[in-house]
Write a protein that binds this ligand. Sequence first.
Ligand SMILES: [Mg+2]
Length: 240
Amino acid sequence: MTADNQRLLILWDVDGTLVRGAADAHGRALEIATAEAIGAEVPAVQSIDPGGRTDREIVRILAAEAGVEADDFAPHADGVITRAVEIYGATVEPDLSGCVLPGVEAMLAELAPRDDLIMGLLTGNIDRVAALKLGSAGIAHHFDFASGAFGSDHEDRTRLPQLARFRAARGDGEWPRGRTVVIGDTTRDIACARADRVGVICVATGPQPADDLVEADAVASHAGELAAIIEQLVVRLPSA
Ligand SMILES: [Mg+2]
């Protein structure tokens, strides 16, 4: 076994990083739950540049687009998240395996069994939405959901890496920044990693081209390149 303090905590984004095109029922659940709460029509999630945003941020923006200001929406926010999970649970596509991005399954099969890696999550998805979505995609079993932070935890994605590190440490402080890396597909993933001063790898399989992602520590063009990039990172880490 690799000693706990020598393991690398990987915080995986979901949409655009592991799966693509798996947000139809998810988006509708956010739209319906928000519209119900405010009693007004809301725009489509896809119209508000959702990549890298948290679900709490998305529903607040949907409400604002419908004329409900943040202060007026805030008392509804928790209820909207709960209701969105209910709706998504009833409507999630039964088989999202076709949405798993090329190379992801082979990459996960290689990385997930390694005892020097912790396969955490850092996604704007509500926690239960992430579990249902990755379950329908057939890849949920590769991840440690208890070592993660989600769009249900906080609207501000930049708050999520520290929360994930806290959870990964299981009551023993926080997982070290130098042994944590975020993997995502947008500049918002980069910004959240920089805010917590942890590493960040981008994969250009989401809405933004590789040229937009050059501020990351490394950029992969597809999932098949990630294992080698992670290996380089592990080799460079100090041994304690
Ligand atoms: Mg993403």
